[in-house]
Every structure is written in structure tokens, then in C-alpha cells.
Design a protein around this ligand. Structure first.
Ligand SMILES: N[C@@H](CCC(=O)N[C@@H](CS)C(=O)NCC(=O)O)C(=O)O
Length: 203
């Protein structure tokens, strides 16, 4: 299988962490590419019309996107405990948590583009503040539920690790740890997992 990624991408990191945890990372060839909303990566565009990473090309030649679909597909390829509960309330709790962490990442990545890609004269402070509000509203919900996770490390917690790693990487000045002590302690423990350590965004 081929997985289009960038080592800085928190969405690609979800798939990379899950593959490590599931013991199938060696079946995946990572193709490290650069993407930008204002410069089309033509190689990626042939696989994913949305021109976003991650995109996964299976051994059968099918291409899957986006990260929730890729992660759920990878979860069918191993015999360990599943990262997506198959049925019942646990499944919907995990899917809701994944939706929340993906939404936080969408808002944070948009802030990144607003500051790193958009020309300075066109930047809109209120718009950034609106996205930041979504990030911190989401973090508050995760903080409130962190105690209930115990040792669980499913798709929701994988998303949380990607969110917190991305905020440290791109927005250290937002100081997400202030006001989120439970998440902070959780992330310290989660960062010791080999899957999380091996996929840390580049310095
Ligand atoms: N919903 C997508 C979001 C993926 C995404 O936004 N990826 C970013 C990189 S972190 C990207 O490819 N951006 C390029 C663009 O927006 O054109 C997923 O879950 O995979």
C-alpha cells in the first residue's frame, strides 16, 4: 500500500499512528509530499481530487481518502483489538470523538494557512479568532472527558494525540496546556507510546 503523507500533517499522522499500533506499518510505503491549497500537487491530484493528504492507494489499486476512511480501512487489516468499535454506543462515542478531533484539526490547519500561506495584507484577524474559538471549545470538551478514557487508545484518542502534537508544533504560543491539566497529563503519557513517538512532527 502507498500512503501519501507529509510528516507535518496531523491528518496523515492519524493513519500513521494507527498503522504502528496495529502492527501493519511495514506494509505501508509512505510517500512524503508537499501540499498547499494554492499550489496543486499534480501527483496527488491524480489520486485524490480534493488534493489533500492523507490518501491511501491499496494493494488492489483503489484509492481511499480522507483520514477517517483510511483509518477505518487500515483497521480491517489486522487481528488486534479494533480502534473503531464495531457496534453500539461505544462506536458512536468513538466516531463522535474522531469528528471532534478532526474538526479541531480543520480549524487549526485553516489558521495555519491563514498565517503561513495567505499574504499578510489579506489576513483577517476575526476569522482567525473564530477558528481559534473552535479549537479551544473542542479542547474544553476533551478536557472534561479525559478522565473517562482510562487506558483506551482508540481512534478518538489517536485524534487527540494528533491535535495536541499539532498545537505544540504550529501554535506553541497558544499555550493549550493552560486550563487543560488533564489533557496535558494524558498527552505526556500518550507521547511515550512508540507509535506516537515515531510519528512526531519534525522539529
Ligand atoms: N478531512 C481531511 C483533511 C485533510 C487535510 O486537510 N490535509 C491537509 C494537510 S494537514 C491538506 O492536504 N491540505 C492541502 C489543501 O488544503 O489543499 C482528512 O481527514 O484527511
Amino acid at each position: 500500500m502507498k500512503l501519501y503523507i507529509n510528516k507535518a500533517s496531523p491528518f496523515a499522522r492519524k493513519a500513521r499512528i494507527l498503522a504502528h499500533e496495529a502492527g501493519i506499518a511495514d506494509r505501508i510505503e509512505e510517500i512524503d509530499i508537499v501540499v498547499s491549497p494554492v499550489k496543486t500537487n499534480e501527483v496527488l491530484a491524480r489520486e485524490n481530487p480534493l488534493i489533500k493528504i492523507p490518501a491511501l492507494v491499496t494493494d488492489q489499486g483503489e484509492t481511499f481518502y480522507d483520514s477517517p476512511v483510511i483509518c477505518e480501512y487500515l483497521d480491517t487489516l489486522h487481528q488486534k483489538r479494533k480502534f473503531f468499535p464495531e457496534t453500539g454506543p461505544q462506536r458512536f462515542a468513538a466516531m463522535r470523538r474522531q469528528a471532534l478531533t478532526d474538526g479541531i484539526l480543520d480549524a487549526a490547519v485553516l489558521c495555519r494557512y491563514e498565517t503561513a500561506v495567505r499574504p499578510e495584507a489579506l489576513r483577517w484577524k476575526d476569522w482567525i479568532e473564530g477558528q481559534k474559538r473552535k479549537v479551544f471549545g473542542g479542547l474544553d470538551v476533551l478536557e472534561a472527558e479525559a478522565d473517562s478514557w482510562g487506558d483506551e487508545f482508540g481512534i478518538g484518542q489517536i485524534g487527540v494525540a494528533c491535535v495536541l502534537g499539532y498545537l505544540d508544533f504550529r501554535f506553541a504560543d497558544w499555550d493549550w496546556r493552560a486550563g487543560h491539566p488533564k489533557l496535558s497529563a494524558w498527552f505526556e503519557r500518550a507521547s511515550r507510546r512508540p507509535s506516537v513517538a515515531a510519528t512526531m512532527p519534525p522539529a
